[in-house]
Design a protein around this ligand. Structure first.
Ligand code: TRP
Length: 456
């Protein structure tokens, strides 16, 4: 077997884990979730969820990974038993399926980047109709998703240090620069302040159960929790690292990027008098219209930079998703990394084809499920099962695992490694309360409510 290797430094781990966290979830999904769920009110609930649930669950995942020094299946098996191993398998399966759908959206982002920078997307009349046609047209989709998966595979092929850590250290700083540059520009637009107000001044009467539940789902999606991604990354960090601090920094970075993405997008949307409640099309429909209005040169530069930002964010996430099954198979079967990466890249790309065909290309996948007057595409179904329902389930089972099988004292013991002042500290009590009571209860509720909302 190849030597396991690992991240070289704290910064390397944080860049990679933050790269995993920062993705389409922050720039594509967060703004439309916030836009649909009350703007600042959503942001407020989201911040609470990040601290009370996101951060401690991340701490738990990293600790399990580092203690077991293994992939999710290996970790649950060695710290628990073969039955607990099934929780790891569920996570790995979620990772595979999630990536198959995520890569389709990444492919759109890539196509939009090229089409806006060098093609003529901005000169189309109706951006809604264009996006509809674009996603229905399988040739473009096929090609760009394949390109995205290939780039992801090449980076993962390089392994933890030379592939993942290196890519994250290059891509993350560029992402920040692009983001800040775009925000400065968007704040100078007419009416930008209306957007800022909608986004930052909360109207607490808008907080409903729906807001809370969307915010928690968004927090899990955005922090890459619930499928063993951070068990995998955690298995590659040094014993000298302070896990609580590292998880805290990743949570802060991820929250900051989502916050900044909102600060970029709401002023843009309000400057054109558009509605922030456009849903998943917000980034692909509302924004291109706004870029087009900036004129041909500025539109290409600003719009192109925006979609490049989206691609970079997506890439560090697809890398982390592909690494989950990769580490698993390398360890369990002792195969070479090359062989495993090739296998999964091809397999996941094939699984993504029905998701690609879900947007009008093939009727069977576009109208996959009909019930109670609702229509679900195959693509929606993958995200519903393996993300919205699957992640809280994975998170909840992990809590049960920590509490009943691995035991809290083992978790505390692992957290004390690399953090001498931890035993007996306030932080230990705080983490204890969050992980013993708050997280399991809320995750169980979240799982049941989501299952009901999505399928019954
Ligand atoms: N967090 C990423 C985003 O915000 C998506 C992601 C990457 C993910 N790896 C994951 C989500 C693992 C859940 C589990 O876009």
């Amino acid at each position: 077997m190849e030597s396991r290797g690992g991240f070289t430094s704290r910064l390397g781990f944080i860049a990679a884990a933050a790269g995993s966290a920062v993705g389409l979830g922050n720039i594509w999904r967060f703004p439309y979730e916030a836009g649909e769920n009350g703007g600042a009110a959503f942001l407020f609930v989201y911040l609470v969820c990040m601290v009370l649930i996101g951060w401690p669950v991340m701490v738990g995942e990293i600790a399990i990974g580092r203690r077991a020094n293994a992939n999710p299946y290996g970790a649950y098996t060695s710290l628990g038993n073969r039955n607990w191993g099934l929780v790891g398998i569920w996570g790995i399966l979620c990772g595979i399926m999630f990536l198959s759908a995520y890569n389709v959206v990444a492919g759109w982002a890539f196509g939009y980047f090229l089409g806006i920078s060098f093609g003529d997307i901005l000169s189309t009349e109706n951006h809604g109709a264009f996006f509809g046609g674009y996603t229905a047209d399988i040739t473009d989709n096929f090609f760009y998703s394949l390109a995205f998966m290939t780039i992801t595979g090449i980076i993962v092929l390089g392994g933890i240090q030379k592939g993942i850590e290196k890519a994250a250290k290059i891509l993350m700083p560029i992402l920040f620069v692009l983001l800040i540059g775009l925000i400065i520009y968007s704040l100078t637009l007419n009416n930008a302040m209306e957007g800022v107000k909608y986004y930052l001044i909360p109207d607490f009467s808008l907080i409903t159960l729906e807001t809370a539940y969307s915010a928690l789902g968004q927090a899990f999606f955005s922090l890459s929790l619930g499928m063993g991604c951070l068990i995998t990354y955690g298995s590659y960090i040094k014993k000298s690292e302070n896990i609580i601090k590292a998880a805290g920094l990743v949570t802060i970075t991820d929250t900051l990027v989502a916050f900044l993405a909102g600060l970029l997008i709401f002023p843009l949307v309000f400057s054109q008098g558009q509605s922030p409640t456009a849903g998943p099309g917000l980034v692909f429909v509302a924004l291109p219209g706004i870029f087009a209005d900036m004129g041909p040169v500025a539109g290409r530069i600003v719009g192109g930079s925006f979609f490049l930002l989206l691609c970079f964010a997506a890439l560090t996430s697809t890398i982390s998703l592909l690494e989950i099954p990769t580490t698993f198979l390398i360890e369990q079967k002792k195969w070479a990394r090359k062989k495993v990466v090739a296998l999964f890249a091809v397999l996941i790309f094939l699984i993504s084809i029905p998701s690609m065909l879900s947007h009008g290309a093939v009727d069977f996948f576009s109208n996959f499920l009909y019930y109670e007057g609702r229509n679900k595409t195959f693509f929606d179904m993958v995200f519903d099962i393996f993300s919205d329902v699957g992640l809280p389930l994975g998170g909840f089972l992990m809590m049960v695992f920590i509490l009943t099988r691995w035991k809290m004292y083992n978790l505390h013991e692992e957290l004390a490694i690399g953090n001498e002042t931890y035993p007996g500290s306030f932080m230990q009590k705080f983490m204890g309360i969050l992980l013993t009571y708050i997280c399991p209860i809320l995750l169980l509720i979240m799982f049941i409510v989501t299952l009901k909302v999505k399928f019954f």
